[in-house]
Design a protein around this ligand. Structure first.
Ligand code: NAD
Length: 426
């Protein structure tokens, strides 16, 4: 049977994979890379689909579908998160795996790109059902994952507890503890200091680099709006608040809140802990997610999901700087509009790379059975992400392109160079 390859030219305009391929086509236009290598890097290396039963608390079993895609292993073992969401599709996982390849290459850590996901709303499962689902999905992935081939991590809808169950399932299968099989796990079983905060912190470090480049020096005079208040959004908000910026709006899947005088983020975190949402926070006005994207502010941080800034709303964005905490929040059509309007964008593969950078530190610590303190983790994070920012900016200037193209071109060239010396097997 001939299995059709994912055709990068026939993707719908709303698909994340369309965005990933369109960005790849644009970035590679300006690079002189051998056509065979260009074609090779366009496709995911492996795609794995699993359908598996999960026993619910009422004794019934229900079937679930999960995926794991390895886009590239050219620079090292593949690395990427696992997402639990009803919106998960093979196309989405393909796109996210490709972006992981470019992200790891851009920040120059020895990993390829992967991503996984299960089609499920984790909020509809009890804790025991979530554990059953995770352990069964992890056991289905065993032929694909190992500390030297593919290392999962958290993403939307998953967290350190989910990583602990994956680590335990893998360890029980092989017969000994293997902390390096996942990153983003609890510190007590080999997680790294600073991993939880890493992505949000990296977002704010790159935001500060961009503001410096734009000549904006007042922190309290800089207003910030953040879409998504999960791991990335809430940690970005906390670090920006700590750094003295004024966060005027945040949102989650239920909606958002606005206070032009600035939100008290530690109080807001307590409110979310108590109520499960940012909505109805005292002293602020409720808004919806679309209003948040169009709000008057200096910096907009999309930190929820893909395809949020599109050709329908890019004309209405009022921020002068967008820092992409989420993966793929801006479509290529919106990129063109933002560029024409002179809005500066720090692209996802740079802005949210703090997570995979500290995941890399966690893996290194696990392999060496030695742990670093938080200061060391944050110092190394700062060093690596600022180096990647500078390299992106200098390539953007050299090729006269925007920061997204600067980042993608740097990353794609690096993978192509490695592919060239490795050669095609056999
Ligand atoms: P999370 O599940 O912890 O939080 C997601 C947040 O987005 C929640 O507040 C949720 O309510 C909100 N949200 C969901 N759907 C929404 C919608 N339609 N409109 C507005 N808000 C919505 O997830 P996360 O780990 O914070 O990931 C967020 C984004 O950052 C994703 O694109 C993910 O791929 C990316 N990312 C995460 C990490 C990481 O380390 N967790 C690293 C790099 C990139």
């Amino acid at each position: 049977m001939v299995v059709a390859l994912p055709n990068p030219t026939t993707q719908s305009h709303t698909s994340a994979y369309h965005t990933a391929i369109e960005q790849y086509n644009r970035a590679t236009q300006n690079l002189s890379i051998d056509d065979n290598i260009l074609d090779y890097m366009r496709y995911p290396r492996r795609e794995f689909t699993v359908n598996f039963p999960v026993r619910r608390d009422d004794g019934q079993t229900e079937m679930f579908t999960g995926y794991r895609v390895h886009h590239s292993t050219v620079l090292g073992p593949s690395k990427g998160g696992i997402r639990y969401s009803t919106g998960v599709t093979l196309d989405e996982v393909r796109a996210l795996a490709m972006w992981m390849t470019w992200k790891c290459a851009l920040v120059n850590i020895p990993y390829g790109g992967a991503k996984g996901g299960v089609v499920v709303d984790p909020k509809t499962l009890s804790q025991r059902e979530l554990e059953n689902l995770t352990r069964r999905y992890a056991s289905e992935l065993i032929p694909l994952i190992s500390p030297h081939s593919d290392i999962p991590a958290p993403d939307m809808g998953t967290n350190s507890q989910v990583m602990a169950w994956i680590m335990d399932t893998y360890s029980m299968t092989v017969g000994y503890s293997v902390p390096a099989i996942v990153t983003g796990k609890p510190i007590i079983i080999g997680g790294s200091e600073g991993r939880t905060e890493a992505t949000g912190r990296g977002v704010i470090i790159t935001m500060m680099e961009a503001l410096k480049q734009m000549g904006q020096s007042s922190r309290s005079g800089t207003t910030v709006a953040i879409q998504g208040f999960g791991n990335v959004g809430s940690n970005a908000a906390s670090f920006a608040y700590e750094m003295g910026f004024t966060i005027v709006a945040v949102s989650d899947v239920m909606g958002g809140i606005y206070n032009p005088r600035g939100l008290d983020i530690p109080d807001l975190l307590e409110h979310v802990q108590a109520t499960g949402t940012v909505m109805d926070f005292r002293g602020s006005e409720n808004i919806n997610n679309e209003e948040l994207l169009r709000m008057k502010c200096d910096v907009l941080i999309p930190a929820a999901m893909e395809n949020q800034i599109t050709e329908d709303n890019a004309d209405h964005v009022q921020a002068q700087l967008i820092v992409e905490g989420a993966n793929g929040p801006t479509t290529p059509e919106a990129d063109d509009i933002l560029n024409d309007r002179g809005i500066f964008v720090v692209p996802d593969i740079l802005a949210n790379s703090g997570g995979v950078i500290v995941s890399y530190f966690e893996w290194v610590q696990d392999l060496q059975a030695f742990s670093w303190d938080k200061d060391e983790v944050f110092r190394q994070l700062q060093r690596i992400i600022v180096r990647a920012y500078d390299e992106t900016q200098s390539n953007a200037e050299k090729f006269n392109v925007d920061m997204r193209m600067g980042a993608q071109m740097t990353a794609i060239q690096r993978v192509a160079d490695a592919m060239k010396v490795r050669g095609f097997y056999p």
